[in-house]
Design a binder for this molecule. Structure first.
Ligand code: HEC
Length: 112
């Protein structure tokens, strides 16, 4: 059914365009890692550049600011962020994803 395949790729292209339009500032890798963070962290933290954290105790990712530079966040993500609040589950990132996550977090920090 070639018409079906064509329809589906058109729909896919539309979705890709929409996603690209909404997050112009993010490259493919940053969008990938945002998807990961949405899934793993999004039930507590505001992961994007807008919105409130679902858990009022969890800071919005865009508000971390200097924290991302002061501490070795890439290492902490790999070690499992265990130093954090007990309410927060332990996550372990591989080296690649940890670096990508911190890169993303830096990109979304509010400009001051
Ligand atoms: C079940 C809820 C929950 C989830 C899921 C969660 N967090 Fe948190 N997180 C919190 C809370 C609550 C705090 C505030 C703790 C505090 O500062 O005492 C926090 C604080 C933080 C901090 C700042 C504290 C510090 O020591 O720098 C970072 C960074 C962080 N979270 C990253 C993440 C990442 C990355 C994920 C996903 C991989 C995640 N969190 C998932 C609840 C959560």
């Amino acid at each position: 059914m070639p018409w079906l395949a064509r329809g589906m790729s058109a729909a896919l292209a539309a979705v890709v365009l929409l996603a690209a339009g909404r997050a112009q500032a993010l490259d493919a890798e940053q969008r990938r890692v945002k998807g990961m963070l949405d899934e793993m962290c999004g039930r507590c933290h505001a992961v994007g550049t807008t919105g409130q954290s679902p858990n009022p105790l969890a800071p919005a990712f865009r508000s971390f600011g200097e924290k991302l530079y002061d501490t070795d966040m890439v290492q902490r993500l790999q070690d499992g962020l265990t130093t954090i609040h007990p309410e927060m589950p332990t996550f372990r990132f591989n080296a690649h994803d940890a670096a990508a996550a911190v890169n993303y977090l830096r990109v979304i920090q509010r400009r001051r």
